[in-house]
Write a protein that binds this ligand. Structure first.
Ligand code: AMP
Ligand code: GLY
Length: 421
C-alpha cells in the first residue's frame, strides 16, 4: 500500500521512517517533507500543502491512508475534507481538534467533565485580566487561547512578568487572533510527562511514555521552545500512574467528547504535570503526536506501524497489542543559531552519519540545495540514541551529535536527566 504523511518536521521524518519499514508499504509520500525525507530513497517528497490538492493527489496516486503530523491542518479541517471525499485519514476532525486549537475550549471541557487541571479563568478584556493577576498573585501562567506554535505560554514567576504577558497578548496583539482571548491559570509545580494514545472513535491504545525538555538550556533554564529533546520511556509514569492517567484523564476525555457529540479519532496527547504527592493533572491537550517525543517513541516501536494505522482508521485498535524495544531512547535536538526567536537558515550541515542499530538521526529544519544539506528552520535535527539505560542511550546520541556540524548549532547536554535519578 501507499501512505501519505503530512508535515515537514522531525516528527514526520520519524513517522515516515517507521512506516517505510513495513513490508506491506510500497511508498511513503511526505508532503512537503524535508532534507532528510528527500535523502531517504524509501520516501518521496511531494510539494503540496493545500488540503484539497492533497486529497486530489491521494486519489490520483491510489494512496491507501493519510497520517497528519502537525496541528495546523487538523485545526483547519483536513480530516473533515478527506472523509467527505471518502478517503482514509488518521487524525481528529476540526471539531475534535479544538481540544488543542483553543485553550479556552479545552479548559471549559475539562472543568465540565471533572478532568484534573489547573484552576483558570478566560479573558479578552485586559483590565479584567490584570485585576485577576493581582488578585491571584505570582507565580501564575498566561496562555494565548489559539495556536501559537508553542510560544503562547508564559510561566510568570513575578507579577511584573504576568502583567507584561497580559499586555503583550491582549493589548499589543502579539499573537493576532490566537491571543485575542487568553487563559490565566494557576501555576502547577511538579514533573511533566507526555502521555500519548491513539483513538479510533471507540478504542484507546496507549503509546510508550516520554518526557520532553521544553527549555532551551541545560537544567531547564532559558526560554520555552518547541522541545529540545525527549526520551522514552518516562520512569515517572509507573504502571500504577499509567492506570490512573487512563482512568482519570484519558478515558474521561474520550467519553466527555462523545457526550458533547464529538467522536474523537487520532492521537490524543495529554501534557501532564505530576505533583510531589503523585497526582497527575493536565496542562494541555494536543491532538497529534509530540515533536520531539515521536522520534524516541518511533525508534522504540517494534510493531508494524502501517498495520496499526490501518486498525486505527478501521476502528479495530482493540485487536492491536504494541511491541516496544525494551531499551531507552534519548533524542537530542540540534537547533539553529538564534532559535527560538530568530533561527538562522542556510548553514551547511556536515557529518550526519548513517543510521545504526543504536543511533538514528531524524531531520526537521533541513533542505537539500543542489545536493548540499542546509539548515532551513529552528529545530534542525533530532539524534536518537538507544541503550539499555538512560546513560547508555545518552552516550549513543551524544557521540553522534559531536560528529555533526553546522555553524551556530545549539543543543542541550542533559537530555534525559530526570530519568537518571
Ligand atoms: P502548554 O503549551 O500549555 O503545555 O505549556 C507549555 C509549557 O509551559 C508546559 O510544558 C509547562 O512547562 C509550562 N506550563 C504550562 N502550564 C503550566 C502551569 N499551569 N503550571 C506550570 N507550568 C505550566
Ligand atoms: N513536544 C511538545 C509538543 O509537541 O507539543
Amino acid at each position: 500500500m501507499k501512505i501519505l504523511v503530512v508535515g515537514s518536521g522531525g516528527r514526520e521524518h520519524a513517522l515516515s521512517w517507521k512506516l517505510a519499514q513495513s513490508e506491506r508499504v510500497q511508498t511513503v509520500f511526505v508532503a512537503p517533507g524535508n532534507g532528510g525525507t528527500a535523502l531517504d530513497d524509501r520516501l518521496v517528497n511531494v510539494e503540496i500543502t493545500d488540503p484539497a490538492a492533497l486529497a486530489d493527489f491521494v486519489v490520483a496516486e491510489g494512496v491507501a491512508l493519510t497520517l497528519v503530523g502537525p496541528e495546523a491542518p487538523l485545526a483547519a479541517g483536513i480530516v473533515n475534507l478527506f472523509r467527505a471525499r471518502g478517503l482514509k485519514i488518521f487524525g481528529p476532525t476540526k471539531e475534535a481538534a479544538q481540544l488543542e486549537s483553543s485553550k479556552d475550549f479545552a479548559k471549559a471541557f475539562m472543568q465540565r467533565h471533572g478532568i484534573p487541571t489547573a484552576k483558570y479563568q478566560s479573558f479578552s478584556d485586559a483590565a479584567a485580566a490584570h485585576a485577576y493577576v493581582d488578585a491571584n498573585g505570582a507565580p501564575i501562567v498566561i496562555k494565548a487561547d489559539g495556536l501559537a506554535a508553542g510560544k503562547g505560554v508564559v510561566v510568570a514567576m513575578t507579577l511584573d512578568e504576568a502583567h507584561a504577558a497580559v499586555d503583550h497578548m491582549l493589548s499589543d496583539n502579539a499573537f493576532g487572533d490566537a491571543g485575542a482571548r487568553i487563559v490565566i491559570e494557576e501555576f502547577l509545580a511538579g514533573e511533566e510527562a507526555s502521555f500519548i494514545v491513539m483513538c479510533d472513535g471507540k478504542n484507546v491504545l496507549a503509546l510508550a511514555t516520554s518526557q520532553d525538555h521544553k527549555r532551551l538550556k541545560d537544567a531547564d533554564e532559558g526560554p520555552n521552545t518547541g522541545g529540545m529533546g525527549a526520551y522514552s520511556p518516562a520512569p515517572i509514569v509507573t504502571p500504577s500512574m499509567h492506570a490512573r492517567v487512563m482512568r482519570e484523564i484519558i478515558n474521561p476525555t474520550i467519553q466527555g467528547m462523545a457526550k458533547d457529540g464529538i467522536v474523537f479519532t487520532g492521537f490524543l496527547y495529554a501534557g501532564l504535570m505530576i505533583d510531589a504527592e503523585g497526582n497527575p493533572r493536565t496542562l494541555e491537550f494536543n491532538c497529534r503526536m509530540g515533536d520531539p517525543e515521536t522520534q524516541p517513541i518511533m525508534a522504540r516501536l517494534k510493531s508494524d506501524f502501517a498495520t496499526v494505522l490501518e486498525h486505527a482508521c478501521n476502528g479495530t485498535l482493540d485487536t492491536v497489542e504494541l511491541e516496544w524495544d525494551r531499551r531507552t531512547a534519548v533524542g537530542v535536538v540540534m537547533a539553529a543559531a538564534g532559535y527560538p526567536d530568530s533561527p538562522r537558515k542556510g548553514d551547511i550541515i556536515d557529518g550526519v552519519p548513517a543510521e545504526t542499530a543504536e543511533c538514528i538521526t531524524f531531520h526537521a529544519g533541513t533542505q537539500l540545495v543542489g545536493g548540499t544539506l542546509q539548515t532551513s528552520g529552528g529545530r534542525v535535527l533530532c539524534v536518537v540514541g538507544l541503550g539499555d539505560s538512560v546513560k547508555m542511550a545518552q552516550k549513543q546520541a551524544y557521540e553522534t551529535v559531536e560528529k555533526i556540524h553546522f555553524n551556530g548549532a545549539q543543543y542541550r547536554r542533559d537530555i534525559g536527566w530526570r530519568g537518571l535519578k
